[in-house]
Design a protein around this ligand. Structure first.
Ligand code: PA5
Length: 447
């Protein structure tokens, strides 16, 4: 008996062969053992599998203490990181508070995520915003050498030093990076910044339950101990083999749908608080599976908003899509609709109904329409929107992603393709060590 999230494959069954799960049990058993023993492709990056139950309690206490310092001294926390070094924290922050956290949660510092762009407009806007505010910086980079985050850190550190002097800036910089290597580690050691480590056995997209994800969340007042407790519970459940295992079912269903020509998965939600969760999920599955000419292409949609933009394509475009809906059961704010008889809104038919009922009917109506239109629908139901269940959800997708990558036969823990644009960018920027590439690019492209 699995006590974790509920996975429902009913609305995908018409598109799946009868043996969609049974024919994959051997592969899932093997994938599970590879994750368990850390001896599959990329096995050196499976530290996340057992992390939730073995979290270093001393580090946790230091995180809580540091967050108190940041809260006391800051109106704003600037979180600098890209990819796996910010998406998890942002996803959890918005899921557990609101996409409007900075407007409505005023007892804790505002949290802005940057270092994830090279846009001078975006960076200048944020620098201007914090210029006359008390702020601290949490710079997160496992490698410590990522260009986008290095540039943002340079700009915000310079502003901190202008405002508070070099000494004062030191007390406002918190670095999360590799324990030993990288430019950021070297600078943090030299300058004496407070630091947290990302374990070398955990890659960026699996790092939300490390200090990389947790420090910003504690600053925002979230209960990360509950988040870890939920993840630990999911870990205990999902590592147990068996066809009842919802992570096994999800990995098998998406693998079978992929084999049946459904090469695009839409993560769909009906709540804006899940929008950034979709971004986190896309990176998790996209970077883990998209290699060797293979992989389901992950996209995300927010309904009903996107039914008025993407709805037409989903209903009638190329039939290579399937949908995975994530839904929290509780709590949902009550918003009664009570138009008086004759109200000009034309909404008489909704008298006595609550908006949450309307949203649920929209979900059911959409599933039925999409299934009728040839889009298989998977459903993941999470009982409550709490840190505990958010921890379960994170672990569910991480674990299912590991299984899914191994079922596909790829290394789910590397991302060699990410280097291609970097190499070209460095060559074009004239970074030392990239001279030959620069020459070739300029010659071949008439630049
Ligand atoms: O999943 C990954 O490994 C990447 O998305 C990285 O997190 C991202 O490239 C940022 O890397 P770093 O933390 O080294 O700055």
């Amino acid at each position: 008996m699995f006590d974790t999230l509920q996975f429902d494959v009913t609305h995908a069954l018409p598109f799946l062969p009868k043996n969609w799960l049974s024919s994959r049990l051997d592969g899932l058993t093997e994938a599970r053992n590879l994750l368990e023993q850390g001896n599959g492709l990329g096995g050196e990056f499976t530290g996340w599998v057992k992390l939730p139950a073995s979290y270093d309690q001393a580090e946790l206490q230091r995180l809580l203490q540091t967050a108190r310092i940041i809260r006391d001294q800051s109106e704003v926390l600037i979180v600098i990181g890209i990819g796996g070094s910010y998406l998890g924290a942002r996803a959890m922050l918005e899921l557990l508070t609101s996409p409007n956290y900075n407007l409505f949660y005023q007892k804790t510092p505002q949290v802005f995520f940057t270092g994830n762009t090279l846009s001078s407009d975006a960076l200048t806007e944020l620098l201007d915003y914090v210029r006359d505010k008390d702020f601290s910086v949490n710079v997160i980079s496992k490698s410590g050498d990522t260009t986008e985050s290095s540039i943002a850190f340079f700009l915000f550190r310079r502003l901190l030093e202008e405002k508070y002097g070099r000494e004062g800036a030191r007390d406002r910089i918190f670095a999360t990076t590799d324990r030993e290597s990288g430019t950021l580690r070297a600078m943090a050691n030299q300058e004496g910044y407070a630091t947290f480590s990302v374990p070398s056995s955990i890659g960026g997209r699996y790092s939300v339950l490390t200090a990389a994800g947790l420090l910003p969340l504690v600053v925002a007042g979230l209960d990360v101990q509950e988040l870890l407790a939920g993840a630990a519970e999911a870990m205990a459940d999902l590592r147990r083999p068996g066809q009842e295992n919802p992570a096994w079912q999800y990995a098998a269903a998406r693998n079978a749908l992929y084999s049946a020509g459904k090469g695009i998965e839409l993560l769909a939600c009906y709540e804006p608080y899940l929008r950034s969760f979709g971004e986190w999920w896309k990176q998790l599955f996209g970077e883990s599976e998209g290699k060797d000419g293979q992989g389901v292409f992950p996209a995300s949609v927010e309904f009903t908003t996107d039914l008025h933009s993407m709805g037409q394509y989903i209903q009638e475009g190329v039939r290579d899509l399937f949908e995975t809906v994530v839904r929290f059961t509780l709590p949902q704010s009550s918003c009664p609709l009570d138009p008086k008889p004759g109200d000009l809104s034309g909404l008489d038919f909704l008298r006595g109904k609550d908006l949450r009922f309307v949203n649920e009917q929209a979900r059911i109506g959409t599933v039925l329409a999409h299934v009728a239109g040839g889009v298989p629908n998977l459903l993941l139901t999470v009982p409550e929107r709490t840190p505990y269940w958010a921890g379960q959800l994170v672990y569910f997708f991480e674990y299912a992603c590991g299984l899914s990558g191994y079922l596909l036969g790829v290394n789910p823990f590397n991302q060699p393709g990410v280097e291609a644009y970097k190499t070209n960018m460095f060559a074009l920027l004239g970074k030392p060590g990239h001279e030959a590439r620069r020459k070739a690019l300029l010659n071949q492209n008439g630049l």
